[in-house]
Design a binder for this molecule. Sequence first.
Ligand code: AMP
Length: 179
Amino acid sequence: MNPNNTFDLDAAIRKVPDFPKPGILFYDITSIFTNPPAYKYVVDEMLSRYNGTEIDGVIAIESRGFLLGSCFAVANGVPLVLARKKGKLPGKTIEMSYDLEYGSATLEIHEEDVAPGRRWLIIDDLIATGGTLAAVASMIERRGGEVVGIFSIIGLPFLGFREKVGKYGPVTLIDYDNE
Ligand code: AMP
C-alpha cells in the first residue's frame, strides 16, 4: 500500500517504440514484474480500488492479465477464470472475436466457469481501444453474468476506450494521452 500515492509508476513502465510494428509505442509491463516495489504497488492499488465492491469472480485476459488476476483472486478468495486465445482451452467454450489497436484476435472462456447471475471483474494489463475488454464483457453478459468493473494498469484514452467500455467504470492506474 502506498498511502501517499507517490510511487512513480511511469518510471517503472518500459516504453518500446515501433513494436510490434512501426508507429506503435508499446507499453511493456514486464518491467513492473521485475521490479518488486512496482509490482506490489500495482497489486495493492488494484485491491484497494475494489475494497468493498461485491465481486464473485475475476476474469483475467491472456497473458499479462493473468499476472494481476491471480493476485486479485487469491487476495479476495474468489474464482479466477482465464480468457485465453482461441484453441488453448480444452473444455466447452464460448468465444468472441474483436479488433485490436494492431490486428484482430479471438478469446475463449470455459462456459461452465461463468455461471449465470454472478458479478465479475475483468482484468487486463492495458486498455487501448477497449475492444478486448468489451469482447470479454459481452461473453459474460451472453452467459447472464454482470460485469461490475474492468481494471487495467495502463489506459490509452486517445484510442477511445472510455466511449467503448465506459459503462463498466474502467479503472486504470496511469493514462497516457498520446504516443
Ligand atoms: P484493446 O483491445 O485495443 O483495448 O487492446 C488491449 C490489448 O492489446 C491489451 O491486451 C494490451 O496488452 C494490448 N495492447 C494494445 N496496445 C498496446 C500498447 N500500445 N502497448 C502495449 N500493449 C498494447
